[in-house]
Write a protein that binds this ligand. Sequence first.
Ligand code: FRU
Length: 474
Amino acid sequence: KMYDEQFRPQLHFSPKEKWMNDPNGMVYYKGEYHLFYQYYPHDTVWGPMHWGHAISKDLIHWEELPVALYPDELGQIFSGSAVIDQQNTSGLKTTDEDVMVAIFTHHGEDHEKQSIAYSNDKGRTWTKYKGNPVIDNPGLKDFRDPKVFWHEDSQKWIMSLACGDHIQFYASPNLLEWDYLSEFGRDYGNHGGVWECPDLIQLAVEGTNETKWVLIVSVNPGGPNGGSAVQYFVGDFNGTTFTCLDDMNRVKWADYGRDFYAAVSWSHSTEPIWIGWMNNWQYANTVPTHPGRGAMSIPRKLYLRKKNENLVLVQVPIDLKSLQKNTHLATATLPIKPDQPFQMQLHDSQVMIEAKLEKIAGSSFAFTLKGEHERIEMVFDREKREFSIDRTNSGQLSFSEHFSTVDIMPIETVEDFMIILDRTSIEVFFNQGEHVMTELIFPTERAFTLELEAINGEVHLSDMLICSLESIWK
Ligand code: FRU
């Protein structure tokens, strides 16, 4: 059976075969969510980059389409974005369809520059622009990953670009001619590695009519638990400059797990939604999957929440209800006493687990997935105020010395949780998406028992939902 290999994600997009990294060019047009991605169609390790392509009507089920962009004499096709040029500012429209324009990095030998390609048939076929590159290299080694959006207030296209240790902004009336605007970030955030894949998005502040601008920046390495990870900055954007409202020395991580990278948002979707590459550059090239390597996260809706005087990013996974089967629902309060763990046999490799924590009296609360020999242990430690995922016994580990780890996320309290479990991943969302961790696992066993355990005091759960989910490939 297709798409049913031992380590094939059943809820997450992965190409049929070969290598995939960053999500690229996500754009919504006429009922279709487009997902392009860094793709090497000839091997299962990173190689000369193409843009692979898939589409979805619901962000759950995906159909893979032919490769959209091939490397050429200007170089490989590195990461970038896509927009719908509704007003035909570029003059590249040739049919009744709006023209879809991809803006990407041409990566030549040590020479990165920005180019465009366009499609007049809903993203099915692509033509590279004759005047490429549209932004040549100004003398920077790292100069890539253009993310473009239409800025209403200044009636211009705005591009964010990753430039090693900072982000540069450019503006254009037509996607063809670009002017440098400003830069941000040399003295902000985490600089443990090179900055990549920026995204500047306007997000609603929960419970208000306010919006704020959020600058997303991936960094590799430098992540909170090692390797690659995504940070963000909250601020204002006036059409020229991004001003950060956060404390200069404060690093805000979007996801504390090891496996969420290069995440950016969809263009022209009605709500802000993003997706990340569920992997870490530390071991991406050796994960034990076959016949491909690389999967995306579950798409997540984005907004901001006020916490004290601080604005934090909230991520809520898109609704997976349509996939639910074998639902176990318990609305009544479930007390879990120390030494009497709640146990439930999980029958599928893809499961959603949700509950509210009404009370937690003890020192910690453990969620364990127990196989015969393998186990994944997750613990919320109230005293240390942290949540950890221990994958040192989670199955296959030997493909990288960096994989077998206990990864940690600071968290003060847990009000509720949602866990999305798939054949090779765990995504945990606490407090309605305020604290998120995404981790890969490669268990060789299929049958797991979910165990919820209260340590040194009772835990009361309510509104519990545990359900198996249908495979998205059916
Ligand atoms: C991020 C990244 C990008 C680059 C692409 C190359 O993972 O390094 O900066 O455009 O991957 O595949």
